[in-house]
Design a protein around this ligand. Structure first.
Ligand SMILES: Nc1ncnc2c1ncn2[C@@H]1O[C@H](COP(=O)(O)OP(=O)(O)OP(=O)(O)O)[C@@H](O)[C@H]1O
Ligand SMILES: [Mg+2]
Length: 297
């Protein structure tokens, strides 16, 4: 099987981590070797693993058969990149301990983002340690920071077009623009702001990477509930509706109508997968159930 990476993004709180984990669990169930990579400082999954709390760091840890979990931060990815060229740990550590270099790494736009995408594509580019997963699912940044992430290779290639940095930036860019290798999934809720943000992001991804995205509309009401049916209930004279319930019926009918509109709007720009709003008391149980619903993604 060809290696592939899936970058999961969307507005804050829409279910990016849940969808990323659901996708990773689905692939692992099929017998594939899967890496679920979290970006950022804090791990979302470390507290909800079925085996109890576990520290998630830069070294991948096996959490289920076929599934490993890792947390990538820009600095660790950059350290590994430098170590590839200067294979003396002390020299690399000294570089990062140097206050000028430290400030440069913090301030240089796109350097950490480039290092993260460098890590994600390292298997394809044969750079650094072995990276032989079948599927890498990245629980990525929310919309704005995600745009900065995927623009980093092109930006860096334009800024430093020469030497290994320019060469690697161009090669990372080529891989993330390849739809056979890199898939971009935007998660939204059936609400106005997340949908508008998802549509805008899909346009910018198309412009920056030439890639078509896939959408996940998360927490949708069951498809068998139709707005017309709910509204028709209100016209049944024989039913005496208490005020609270009749308000709820109106709100529900409206939400169902809007949900259909959002599905239509998103489907003009890419394939849309709906995920139901699941009532699952256990967090890991929820992720397992979501993975069953993501079969076609
Ligand atoms: N389909 C679903 N049904 C029920 N609950 C869900 C569903 N999807 C996500 N959730 C719950 O919604 C909350 C937010 O989800 P999640 O943490 O995955 O969002 P996120 O986009 O990663 O958030 P953040 O931007 O903070 O990283 C979590 O409590 C999660 O368990
Ligand atoms: Mg998250």
């Amino acid at each position: 099987m060809q290696q592939k990476i899936v970058l999961v993004t969307g507005k804050g709180g829409v279910g990016k981590s849940s969808v990323a984990a659901g996708l990773a669990l689905k692939e692992a169930r099929k017998g594939r070797r899967v890496l679920l990579a979290e970006l950022g400082e804090r791990s979302y999954f470390s507290e909800l693993l079925p085996s109890g709390p576990m520290e998630i760091s830069y070294q991948a840890k096996a959490i289920e058969s076929g599934l490993e979990l890792v947390k990538w931060d820009g600095e660790s990815c950059l350290k590994e990149y430098l170590f590839h060229y200067i294979p003396i740990r002390r020299v690399v550590d000294l570089f990062f301990e140097n206050p000028v270099m430290k400030a440069l790494v913090q301030a240089a736009p796109a350097l950490k983002e480039l290092a993260i995408l460098g890590k994600a594509t390292s298997g394809k580019r044969n750079v650094g340690p072995a990276f032989d997963y079948d599927v890498v699912v990245v629980d990525s940044y929310a919309t704005g920071h995600f745009q900065a992430l995927v623009r980093a290779p092109q930006g860096m290639a334009e800024a430093i077009g020469f030497g290994p940095m320019g060469e690697q930036s161009r090669s990372i860019e080529r891989w993330i623009c390849d739809p056979e290798f890199c898939q971009i999934v935007i998660v939204a809720l059936p609400e106005e702001l997340p949908v508008v943000e998802a549509l805008e992001l899909s346009e910018s991804v198309q412009a920056d990477l030439g890639q078509k995205v896939e959408f996940v509309l998360n927490k949708v009401w069951p498809k068998t509930w139709r707005a017309e049916d709910i509204q028709a209930l209100g016209r049944l004279q024989s039913l005496e509706w208490p005020q609270g319930l009749s308000d709820f019926r109106e709100v529900l009918a409206q939400s169902l109508g809007q949900q259909c509109q959002y599905l239509d709007q998103l489907s003009t720009r890419g394939r849309v997968h709906s995920l139901p709003w699941l009532l699952e008391p256990s967090s890991w149980g929820l992720l397992k159930s979501l993975s069953q619903q993501l079969e076609d993604l």
